[in-house]
Design a protein around this ligand. Structure first.
Ligand code: PLP
Length: 406
């Protein structure tokens, strides 16, 4: 029997815009990779706030830094310099080949900034150069420009007229991209690994070929690393593992370990088109968010930390593959690298049912793209926690298929 607080849920449902399909639990506090609901029930968190809580919950250095910064200054506006912002920008710049950093408050805003940078840069080349090509199945955010960049019609429905200048090609299809490009292409914008779209991996040479086409057409390459960045794949950026450098990269989610933040980092030649007044944000990069980001960056950019993501991720994937071998009639594929992993269930209904059942057994996982179980836990996940999750997942699959359903 599921425990939850009906009063809180009823109050929320009465007053909150009904845009989220929420699970019927009310979360209260967390520690490491576990969270507890208001009834004291414990859950293993393999979703990590959708790839946000990279250092887990209640990570003491992060909590202390936030508390200390809150006591000094929470916010001052971007009309002044602050030490936490300067430090976070310097660190990110260093991690991104010396690019220039802009801080926003979310992934969508980071991508909005990247889109503005693309347009401003390209218009300097010629006035018709404005086309931005993105991939089908991509996800780039919910603002008007970023939902238009998102190559999934379901996110566009009802919001016309959409901003102009976006075209879509199948992910991983270099011929389709080549046919779509011209001298009017301003940028190609991609997630190196599609997250929300179902943990879809690029083929080995795809991103290299995209880079070459961008160079050929004098178009910018934008990588949205909002989900794949911050150590998720076992390197700070996924692009490092593919050996392909973008002109602009965007980050958000895990960057401040749960405090809202986003960032785009642009190569010098792109950054040079921005002047005072061209872009801005009231909250973006405020001292509180940047103090948190500094702790996260200091912790993640460490060989041992990233090596653990690689080895725990490899063991996790191997265990998921074992489940696939055990249930080949129900599990179509296992994909991903590091701690962004997906397990494609053949039946859409069953994927959602497995995620629900896992919750009743104290494990938080998520189902994306209809039938893909997505695992994007805190990056501090250990092999023991993988074993715990796999045991529960195996039981859930067994319950649904071999014991006659829920
Ligand atoms: N880009 C990618 C790849 C994402 O996964 C997301 C969120 O899931 C976004 C952009 C949008 O980020 P936010 O929800 O912070 O606006």
């Amino acid at each position: 029997m599921m425990h939850y607080d009906r009063d809180i849920i009823a109050k929320d449902q009465e007053s909150y815009l009904p845009v989220f399909t929420r699970y019927p639990i009310v979360l209260d506090h967390g520690e490491g990779v576990y969270v507890w609901d208001v009834n004291g029930r414990k859950y293993l968190d393999a979703l990590g706030g959708i790839a946000v809580n990279v250092l887990g919950h209640h990570y003491t250095p992060l909590v202390d830094a936030i508390a200390a910064q809150a006591a000094r200054l929470i916010h001052v506006s971007n009309l002044y310099y602050t030490a936490p912002q300067a430090r976070a920008a310097a660190k990110l710049s260093e991690l991104t080949a010396g690019g220039k950093v802009f801080f926003a408050n979310s992934g969508a805003e980071a991508n909005e900034g990247a889109i503005k940078a693309v347009r401003k840069y390209a218009h300097q080349i010629h006035s018709e150069k404005s086309q931005i090509i993105t991939a089908q199945g991509s996800f780039h955010g919910r603002t008007l420009a970023t939902l238009t960049a998102t190559g999934q019609e379901k996110f566009h429905k009802g919001f016309a007229p959409l901003p102009k200048g976006f075209d879509y090609v199948p992910f991983n299809d270099i011929t389709a991209l080549e046919q779509m490009m011209s001298k009017n292409t301003a940028a190609v914008m991609l997630e190196p690994i599609q997250g929300e779209g179902g943990v879809r991996m690029p083929s080995d040479d795809y991103l290299h070929q995209v880079r070459a086409l961008c160079d050929q057409y004098d178009a910018l390459l934008v990588f949205d690393e909002i989900q794949t960045g911050m150590g998720r794949t076992g390197a700070f950026y996924a692009y490092e593992q593919y050996g392909v450098m973008p002109d602009i990269v965007t980050l958000a989610k895990g960057l401040a370990g749960g405090v809202p933040i986003g960032a785009f980092i642009a190569a010098e030649k792109v950054a040079a088109v921005f002047h005072a007044g061209d872009h801005g944000s009231t909250f973006g990069g405020n001292p509180l968010a940047c103090a948190a980001a500094n702790v996260v960056l200091d912790t993640i950019v460490n060989d041992d930390f990233l090596a653990s993501v690689v080895s725990v991720g490899a063991q996790f994937k191997q265990e998921l593959c074992r489940l696939q071998e055990k249930y080949p009639e129900h599990i179509a594929e296992v994909r991903g690298m590091g701690l962004i992993l997906g397990m494609e269930i053949r039946s859409h209904d069953d994927a959602a049912a497995i995620a629900h059942l896992a919750l009743t057994r104290g494990v938080i996982i998520n189902c994306t793209a209809g039938n893909v179980l997505r695992f994007i836990p805190p990056l501090i996940f250990t092999k023991n926690e993988v074993d715990e999750l796999i045991r529960v997942l195996d039981c859930c699959i067994l319950d649904i298929y071999d014991r006659g359903g829920l």
